[in-house]
Design a protein around this ligand. Structure first.
Ligand code: COA
Length: 202
């Protein structure tokens, strides 16, 4: 098992893991093309960072973070606006009711009150058959190290209240709940984890 930075060639596998891990959520509803464009951009991103877990060339896990969600959104729109807009436009033609959620998602960063010392843990997903073998934790350690390398003192994370696996994972790593917000009509826990020199699960 290897944990390494995401590369462009991992984008589609990462998108499929995202859909597998979060069926029925807003980003998933935008489709595999949109998510593939998103992960391809992360491979070259200034503001976002992501790691994959691979085994024999197969991508089994993906984790994503950023030091600045606003800046990451802006970067995505400027650099891959066309690639991202086309799949969204096609989705909207099929499902116009998604428009409200697309607009809301543009305001998502303002819902989480990040300060300059914060990094944000945006997503983690492990292939169903590979879960509970410590892959999520190994990727998380890589994310923490990279967040610290980029100067972060605290990690924020937003998790749907009903997502038992992710809430358990956050509890294991010692995240404390600091707020509850509503996102895309769903209640979300906002978590914070102070970053210390040797991060260990509780
Ligand atoms: C959350 C997720 C990434 C965890 O990945 P993983 O590789 O299984 O995690 P680990 O094996 O490193 O588990 C670490 C800890 O998380 C907790 N945990 C993980 N899966 C759990 C489960 N099914 N039930 C209870 N606790 C669980 C445990 O505390 C575990 O430690 P332990 O095994 O020593 O008890 C994985 O379950 C997943 O992909 N879920 C679907 C996608 C998702 O919801 N992502 C979050 C969106 S923000």
């Amino acid at each position: 098992m290897e944990i390494r930075e995401i590369e462009r060639g991992d984008a589609r596998a990462a998108a499929l893991l995202h859909i597998e891990g979060q069926p029925g959520t807003f980003l998933t509803s935008l489709g595999v093309e949109f998510l593939t464009a998103f992960y391809a951009q992360l491979a070259d991103s200034v503001h976002g960072y992501a790691f994959v877990a691979t085994d024999g060339g197969r991508v089994l896990g993906i984790i994503v973070g950023t030091r600045d969600t606003h800046a990451l959104y802006k970067e995505l729109l400027l650099k891959r606006g066309i690639h991202l807009a086309w799949p969204v436009a096609r989705r909207l033609l099929k499902t116009p009711s998604l428009l409200g959620r697309v607009v809301k998602s543009l305001f998502y960063p303002s819902k989480v009150h990040a300060t300059p010392g914060d990094a944000e843990f945006l997503f983690i997903g492990v292939a169903t058959e590979a879960r509970r073998h410590g892959i999520g934790s190994r990727m998380f350690e890589a994310l923490v190290a990279e967040s610290q390398r980029r100067g972060a003192k605290r990690l924020l994370s937003t998790v749907e209240v009903t997502n038992d696996l992710s809430n358990a994972f956050h509890a294991k790593w010692g995240f404390a709940k600091i707020d509850t917000i509503e996102l895309f009509g769903r209640p979300m826990n906002v978590y914070a984890l102070p970053l210390v020199s040797s991060q260990a699960p509780s």
